[in-house]
Design a protein around this ligand. Structure first.
Ligand code: SAH
Ligand code: SF4
Length: 422
């Protein structure tokens, strides 16, 4: 989501006459689009900006993103040579913010709620084959550990016509894949019942756009996945069979404390139904280890769930207390070493599971979108299967952006290698 917001900001800068440079030393303006989900991300940004104070030529420096939204003016104390702060819901004001900042006035624009549609069609896209498309912003879930509802505000769905129009434009420009983004895409449209467009219905409309080969989406909150949506994922030709379906924890006590809104049993039922309706579906997850009070036995339950479900990939995190979130009322009492050990156990488990999934594909045919050149002399192409696995195969640049049938020959470092079936 931040990458997309950066592309939108880059589009605004380009229209002002700026162009992109490759090093910080050359820049007249630097904007750091930040993440607050974990403490480490915040510390990295502050360290990075701190080092920039030593640059000979001082550029205009701004902080955008969730840190801007949560820390606001306080950032001027932390970073003395900061010029402006632009919250996640204020990107549309960037031009006006720059006007003020150029007159050497410190500027802070942070709104609690997303209200203005962004100029997505004029975003400066990094990629020419795949594009991220925002469909819903904010989050209403209030998981007790998470800053997102505070930094991005409540859920705001984007008008379906606007999404369809952007995707058509992307397809006309030669894009083959869209990644529909939302903290919880399954809630799409619920804030605007008068539109009569659920997420499943939106997928149906996007599936009809000619030229768009693949539609991906993330993230799917387990509470809000509907039967209608599962059926749509299975039935729609261009919707990829991959669902990022964060579990977070495998113990009911911890799930309740996290305010996730489901039990392990309910989650498993949804997985079962999804697998029945979408036989080739691959599942991804997010897990937090070391949540306040998590016992060794409760961690073991998470471990067992990950093993039982057999995710194709997972994002694994050690709990990091975030100021202003409800979970800070409990002591962050799982020792650092225990968190690291639990994390490592899950990483090892996930590596084993992923490798075994990948090895089971040897000798099989997969559909790959050729997304980029690969290898030292660019004699190979790289892309992903419908289920999000990386594949490398011999090919040439004129095949970029095409779908290829590839037969898998081997697995190295969790990447599939194969050859095109002609
Ligand atoms: N909306 C998405 C996730 C957004 S944040 C969802 O609900 O799945 C991405 C991931 O960061 C979360 O799924 C969670 O696993 C992790 N995360 C969020 N807050 C965290 C915290 N305080 N400490 C550690 N991990 C956290
Ligand atoms: Fe955060 Fe929970 Fe919302 Fe995801 S669903 S963004 S984890 S509050």
């Amino acid at each position: 989501m931040n990458e997309l917001d950066s592309e939108v900001m880059a589009g605004i800068l380009e229209r002002r006459g700026f162009s992109e440079v490759t090093s910080e030393e050359e820049a007249d303006i630097l904007i750091f689009n930040t993440c607050s989900v974990r403490d480490l991300a915040e510390r990295k940004v502050l360290g990075k900006i701190g080092r920039l104070g030593k640059l000979e030529k001082r550029p205009l420096i701004g902080i955008a993103g969730c840190m801007a939204s949560s820390k606001k003016e306080a950032l001027f104390q932390k970073v003395p040579y900061l010029d402006f702060v632009v919250g996640t819901n204020n990107i549309h004001e960037l031009d006006a913010i720059l006007d003020e900042a150029l007159q050497k006035r410190p500027v802070t624009r942070v709104s609690p709620q997303f209200t203005e549609e962004l100029d997505y069609k004029r975003a400066k896209r990094k990629d020419s084959i795949k594009a991220s498309v925002s469909i819903i912003r904010g989050c209403n879930k209030f998981c007790t550990y998470c800053v997102v509802p505070y930094t991005r505000g409540r859920e705001v769905s984007r008008l379906p016509e606007s999404i369809v129009d952007e995707c058509k434009t992307l397809a006309d420009r030669g894009y083959k894949e869209v990644m529909l983004l939302g903290q919880n895409v399954n809630s799409y449209g619920k804030d605007r019942p008068e539109w009569g467009c659920s997420f499943a219905a939106l997928l149906g409309r996007l599936n009809d756009i000619s030229g768009l080969e693949r539609i991906r989406f993330m993230t799917s909150h387990p509470v809000d996945i509907s039967d209608e949506l599962m059926v749509a994922i299975g039935a729609l030709r261009h919707v990829a069979e991959y669902v990022h379906f964060p579990l977070q924890a495998g113990s009911n006590r911890i799930l309740r404390k996290m305010n996730r809104g489901y039990t392990v049993e309910e989650y498993l039922q949804k997985v079962q139904k999804l697998r029945a309706l979408v036989p080739d579906v691959a599942l991804g997850t997010d897990i937090i280890v070391g949540f306040p009070g998590e016992t060794e036995d409760e961690f073991r339950q998470t471990y067992d769930m990950v093993e039982q479900i057999g995710y194709s990939n997972s994002y694994l995190f050690a709990y990091s207390p975030r100021k202003g979130t409800p979970s800070t009322r409990w002591a962050d009492d799982v020792p650092k070493e225990a968190k690291e050990e639990r994390l490592q156990k899950l990483i090892d488990l996930q590596n084993r599971i992923t490798t075994s999934h990948l090895e089971s594909l040897i000798g099989k045919e997969v559909e790959v979108l050729a997304e980029e050149e690969s290898g030292k002399d660019a004699t190979c192409l790289k892309g992903r299967t419908r289920t999000w696995y990386n594949v490398v195969f011999p090919g040439s640049s004129d095949q970029l952006g095409t779908l290829q049938r590839v037969v898998v020959q081997k697995v190295i470092n969790q990447t599939l290698f194969g050859t095109i079936i002609t």
